[in-house]
Design a protein around this ligand. Sequence first.
Ligand SMILES: N[C@@H](CCC(=O)N[C@@H](CS)C(=O)NCC(=O)O)C(=O)O
Length: 223
Amino acid sequence: MAALPILTIGNKNYSSWSMRPWLALKWAGIGFQERIIPLGPRGMGPNPDIVAVSPSGTVPVLELPEGEKIWDTLSICEWAHEQAPNAGLWPKDSIARALARSAVCEMHSGFAAVRQTFPMNLRRIKVGHEWSDTVQYQVQRIDDLLCGLKARFGSAGSPFIMGDRSIVDAFYAPVATRFRTYQVPVSAALQAWCDAIFQDPDFAAWDQAAQLETWIIPETDAA
Ligand SMILES: N[C@@H](CCC(=O)N[C@@H](CS)C(=O)NCC(=O)O)C(=O)O
């Protein structure tokens, strides 16, 4: 059997960047092995176990059988699309694809307030969490962005943003879990998309594994 690429990820409970390419690879039907390196508390400095396998010192990183390493979430998703161009990770229409990429890049380089105030923590439900106007503005932006794309480019029979399960869904799936964890109210349309993510079998497998992990980052659990 041909050697498989190895995706190194952080704890499934906490590592939002790791979840994204893991979903994209699953959705594209690309076989891979998985290696988990538990993340330490924030501010601890470079993790030597991650530095040993990842040029950027961050996870996720995908190591191809010939030894090449792809060390960024979006690059791994792009590689997955190139391996399986008919899987629907990007839409076929060029305008739809350009706007889908814009949404993905907006998450890749933005929404810092949402990410900081709502650290991903799949095992947790926190009632009474508070957030700033800036965070609320970003929550509304995410709601408008995803629902607007779905209204324009979604398909009637599918709950996903661009019709097929795409890199947009993969990039925003961790946000759906943040809204669940911190009980953030969203529009009915966005909630329907969040519920579709939670019911997706690949997401559910990740979530279940996260629930069973025993590593704990106390700082994130206390946030
Ligand atoms: N821009 C990077 C960000 C990846 C990232 O920040 N990963 C975090 C975990 S979610 C990490 O590896 N942190 C290093 C550490 O916790 O030691 C990407 O898109 O892959």
